[in-house]
Structures are given as C-alpha cells and as structure tokens.
Design a protein around this ligand. Structure first.
Ligand code: SF4
Ligand code: SF4
Length: 84
C-alpha cells in the first residue's frame, strides 16, 4: 500500500491532536435544559443565570456533538483546541 503524502500525514497528525469543547453562546441560550439532559458525560449544567454551559470537571468534553445537534437555538459551538 502506498504511503500517505507528507501533507496528508501532517493533516492526520494535526487532527489527532485536536479536541473539541462545547461552548455556549449565552445570548442565544433560552435555558431549555436539552443539553443538560442529553449530554452523555453529564458535564452540561445551568450556570447562575440559568444558562446551559459545559462545566469544568476531571472529565473532558470530547466534543461528541450531542448537545450541538440537540440545542434548538443553535447556541452551542464546538471549538477546536490543540492537545499540544
Ligand atoms: S440546549 Fe441550547 S438553549 Fe437549551 S439550555 Fe442548552 S444551550 Fe441553552
Ligand atoms: S459535546 Fe458531548 S460531551 Fe461535550 S458537552 Fe456536548 S454533549 Fe457533553
């Protein structure tokens, strides 16, 4: 099997070092609680203003995108972060 080109290898390496985190646009959140209910890792909760946010725990949000797809207001973004 031929080796992947250098640029493809670089892209694969970059992607393997990238993780995503769910971040809420608080202006768009209507506090429906959908993300809190459906997050499989149970790391979505309401902040003091009743907005759905990703909480800091020892469990990392892997960016599974459940909340992103379920949010009826499109208030959640999945932002890439490098593991490096
Ligand atoms: S699903 Fe969207 S609108 Fe509902 S609480 Fe979560 S972020 Fe807010
Ligand atoms: S992307 Fe997945 S793990 Fe991360 S907060 Fe949303 S539902 Fe939870």
């Amino acid at each position: 099997m031929p080796e992947a080109s250098k640029s493809l290898q670089d892209k694969i390496k970059e992607l393997s070092q990238t993780i995503y985190r769910a971040v809420t646009d608080l202006k768009l959140c209507v506090s429906c609680g959908t993300c809190v209910i459906y997050c499989p890792l149970k790391i979505r909760a309401f902040n003091n203003d009743g907005k759905g946010i990703t909480i800091q725990t020892n469990v990392s949000c892997g960016g599974c995108s459940v909340c992103f797809h379920r949010c009826p207001e499109g208030a959640i973004r999945l932002l890439p972060f490098s593991r490096k």
